[in-house]
Design a protein around this ligand. Structure first.
Ligand SMILES: Nc1ncnc2c1ncn2[C@@H]1O[C@H](COP(=O)(O)OP(=O)(O)O)[C@@H](O)[C@H]1O
Ligand SMILES: [Mg+2]
Length: 341
């Protein structure tokens, strides 16, 4: 996005739906955002990935004009979050981490009301509500109060609500946190559909799998700071492209095997005792030969080897030194099979 004459500090850069420069936000002594930069290009999905408390919701609130940043600047659809809040609000749709539907109203009434709040005519509000209820498979439940809806139905209603004003940019703040896998898949399908229809999406999530499913690019945030960003494949490549897994014939030898590799300068080798595996992120093919050479040379019996592409959980762990969700319980180099829920 270089070479375009728009000055970045007045409108943002053309082609960027969201542009964030050095945003800082304190809550008392908590530095929720500590100089965040990120970009979401028009028509793409950016996953803002980070553990609980990383600052994701705070950034979404800044970008929704709900709170003012202490420093930095941000533009959405070319509008300045601080100086052009009204125009900016008309550009965005927001689905919060917690469903914001009115429980006492029906699905239809919720959407109609939002349409009217957005200054749509009564006729347009009705038509748009009916269209979205159909699309989110809520037509049959349209007249029931939202109180009677299942978690998945509520989340779908919430998504529909954020779409009422045909926003150019959608913020989805942890849209599937707390949902069962089936409902999560339904929400993913909807998000993919919105994107295929041209929406730009800023999605916050604690789940690698979600980012991998939905996002073009990732920005990883931790304690208010961006610690990595790039394409999914790019971030994976950062942990070495491939991981070599060695299964020893005698699992009790795992620590000794790791020690020998470390002594030979292969310091990235880690042990996963639960799986009975030794894992080595590979910097290149020659390293595979080196690992096998060292282990064979020391007389370790190997039952099997395998290479695999790292999961995003492993990418996150490699970058942050902690698993994707929950407290930092694992040592920096451990291999985590499943995120701590
Ligand atoms: N209104 C608030 N008052 C005080 N502290 C807050 C407030 N909102 C967020 N925080 C703190 O800011 C940090 C980031 O929170 P948040 O943006 O909600 O993280 P995330 O959405 O990534 O879980 C946390 O330490 C949180 O406790
Ligand atoms: Mg949050």
């Amino acid at each position: 996005m270089t070479g375009i004459a728009t000055a970045p500090n007045t409108r943002g850069t053309a082609g960027n739906a969201v542009e964030v420069h050095g945003i800082v936000k304190h809550f008392g002594s908590t530095k929720a955002l500590d100089g965040v930069d990120l970009t979401v290009r028009e028509g793409t999905v950016l996953a803002l990935l980070g553990p609980n408390g990383a600052g994701k919701t705070t950034l979404v609130r800044v970008l929704s004009t709900l709170i003012k940043p202490d420093a930095g600047s941000a533009f959405v659809g070319g509008y300045d979050v601080v100086r052009q809040p009204k125009q900016l609000r008309r550009t965005i749709g927001l689905t919060g981490q917690y469903a914001s539907v009115d429980e006492l109203l029906s699905g239809y009434e919720n959407l109609y009301l939002i349409g009217r709040l957005l200054d749509l005519s009564s006729r347009d509000s009705k038509a748009r509500a009916a269209e979205l209820l159909e699309r989110f498979s809520l037509t049959e439940a349209a007249k029931r109060t939202a109180k009677t809806y299942s978690g998945g139905m509520r989340r779908r209603l919430d998504l529909a609500a954020s779409m009422m004003g045909r926003p150019r940019v959608l913020y989805l703040d942890e849209p599937t946190t707390g949902l069962d896998p089936r409902t999560r898949n339904e929400v993913w399908d909807e998000v993919q559909r919105m994107v295929s229809e041209g929406s730009t999406v800023l999605l916050t999530t604690q789940y690698m799998e979600e980012a991998e499913q939905l996002a073009d690019e990732l920005t990883v945030i931790d304690r208010g700071k961006v610690i990595a960003n790039g394409g999914v494949a790019e971030l994976k490549a950062r942990v070495g492209g491939q991981i070599l897994q060695v299964r020893p014939a005698h699992p009790a030898e795992l620590p000794e095997m790791a020690r020998c590799l470390h002594e030979s300068g292969i310091t990235s080798a880690t042990v996963s005792p639960d799986d009975g595996l030794l894992a080595v992120p590979l910097a290149g093919e020659e390293q595979l030969t080196a690992v096998i050479g060292v282990l064979g040379g020391r007389g370790f019996a190997i039952a099997g080897i395998d290479t695999k592409v790292p999961s995003l959980d492993e990418v996150f762990l490699a970058i942050t030194g902690k698993p994707t969700a929950g407290p930092a319980t694992a040592p920096a180099a451990a291999l985590v099979k499943e995120p701590v829920a």
